[in-house]
Design a protein around this ligand. Structure first.
Ligand SMILES: Cc1cc2nc3c(=O)[nH]c(=O)nc-3n(C[C@H](O)[C@H](O)[C@H](O)COP(=O)(O)OP(=O)(O)OC[C@H]3O[C@@H](n4cnc5c(N)ncnc54)[C@H](O)[C@@H]3O)c2cc1C
Length: 432
């Protein structure tokens, strides 16, 4: 559909909502669920046609499980097929050791739940869809903001049948690391860590493989391997110095297979399945932080506001903590359509300190441990004093606590109401 006079796509519909969330990732979906529970009318626009997507991490941390416990949904969440991670195992040329274990923590959920992100997002959508206030629109890619005298009052998106507008007092940009909302709002992130590259790929589970309740961090010669057990296959990240992907490619698949098997000898047979570069996806790892997360009528949360380094795998946790903080601060005001820029600023103030702190820590680990290991031309070893240090309970429990809960654990302030039975929820007709 195009406008006869301008030649540009015609805006065919527009509707008013209390809040429009752009992006159906963990941040956007959790915020939507918490808001509709408070009676806020939410439209959520997701560019993809469903939640099925490339691997982007499957980790649900103890602090997130506690959030679902507060709203009475932890049992339902834990019914999804999942595995439990009790901690990391570090392997180097001289040793293999478990630096810490979540089971020592004082929490109802002393583990990281590993569940495919698509299943987690489906679960959130099913729960939110029990509320008539929830309006989820797939295949809806936001292209521009509606700006009236410097105040954002809606978005324009390309849907399956043309361009639409959503008018709303507050737009939430939860559209991830390449956020269109952030870019259109003129909010510019700054880089916060040195870059490195990761090749992600899958290896098959072989009949002789035992299930693993630990994430493996393996150190080889200038390479680091991260391995997660995903029930029917292994998800593997192969980390190497930034800008050397062409070198990795030119050395060939045989060399890559050997390098993986050298770090993790258990995979000597598995690597035979790696026969084509299409089996790998390259991720350039950079973390960033937006100095300002808001403008009148607009707030960024999750990766849109701060891309986290993969060190420690905390991106999903921090995105969800932002969502809880935003729901706590904004819920009541959104319902009465009286949100001010000061309320939006409060969300950033609450979340920026823990985010900056964890990013600082990630950068320190990246520089002191990873960059050193990646720059090494000899086999990496773990010094004895490190192992001795982690034998001290207070030292051992500190990283476990930080990973499990982050620097500031958010609690749902308004746990909301029970769902009204929505006729469309049962048959999924509420999904567009
Ligand atoms: C390969 C990889 C592995 C990772 N592993 C881990 C891990 O193990 N643990 C961990 O905690 N984190 C991990 N992360 C990071 C984690 O994925 C992110 O931190 C987290 O998903 C951020 O959530 P979010 O909701 O802010 O953004 P996202 O999950 O990126 O969601 C953004 C959503 O917005 C949609 N969108 C984008 N643009 C538009 C638009 N214009 N209009 C409408 N919709 C739009 C996207 O389709 C997407 O669904 C990993 C990331 C990658 C890439």
């Amino acid at each position: 559909m195009y406008d006869d006079q301008t030649g540009s796509p015609a805006v065919s519909q527009h509707f008013q909502q209390d809040c429009c969330i752009v992006g159906g990732g963990p941040a956007g979906m959790v915020l939507a669920l918490l808001l509709v529970r408070q009676g806020v009318r939410v439209t959520l626009l997701e560019a993809h046609e469903d939640f099925d997507r490339k691997f982007r991490g499957d980790t649900i941390h103890p602090s997130v499980l506690e959030i679902f416990d507060q709203i009475g949904l932890s049992d339902t969440l834990l019914q999804l097929q999942h595995s439990k991670i009790y901690g990391p195992t570090l392997r180097a040329a001289n040793t293999s050791f478990n630096p810490f274990d979540f089971r020592r923590l004082n929490t109802k959920f002393p583990f990281i739940m590993l569940v495919p992100q698509s299943k987690f997002l489906d679960f959130l959508s099913r729960e939110a869809n029990k509320y008539e206030e929830f309006d989820l629109r797939f295949s809806s890619k936001v292209e521009s903001l509606i700006d009236e005298n410097g105040t954002i009052c809606g978005v324009r998106y390309m849907g399956r049948d043309g361009v639409h507008e959503v008018k709303t007092p507050v737009v939430i940009g939860a559209d991830g690391r390449f956020s269109t909302v952030r870019e259109r709002a003129g909010l510019v992130p700054i880089k916060t860590s040195p870059a490195m590259d990761i090749l992600w790929f899958e290896l098959p589970h072989l009949p002789e493989d035992a299930a693993s309740n630990r994430v493996l961090g393996g150190f080889g010669m200038g390479r680091v391997l991260a391995v997660f057990d995903r029930f029917d296959h292994w998800q593997v990240g192969y980390v190497f110095p930034k800008g050397t992907y062409q070198q990795v490619r030119s050395e060939g698949l045989e060399s890559l297979r050997n390098s993986i098997a050298a770090i993790e000898p258990r995979f000597t047979k598995h690597v035979a399945s790696l026969t084509d570069w299409h089996q790998f996806s390259l991720l350039s790892v950079e973390s960033s932080f937006c100095p300002k997360w808001y403008r009148p009528g607009l707030l960024l949360i999750g990766d849109a506001a701060h891309v986290m380094s993969p060190v420690g795998g905390v991106g999903i946790n921090y995105a969800i903590q932002d969502a809880v903080a935003a729901a706590n601060v904004l819920g009541e005001y959104l319902k009465t359509r009286s949100t001010s820029i000061e309320d939006l600023a409060r969300v950033q103030r609450r979340r920026q300190f823990p985010t900056k702190l964890i990013q600082w820590l990630q950068t320190a680990v990246q520089k002191r441990v990873l960059t050193r290991a990646l720059g090494s031309t000899t086999a990496t070893t773990i010094p004895l004093f490190v192992r001795l240090l982690f034998a001290i309970p207070i030292v051992r429990d500190l990283p476990a606590k930080l990973l499990a809960f982050g620097f500031r654990r958010e609690h749902v302030r308004n746990v909301g109401q029970s769902p009204k039975v929505v006729a469309t929820a049962a048959n999924g007709a509420g999904l567009h």
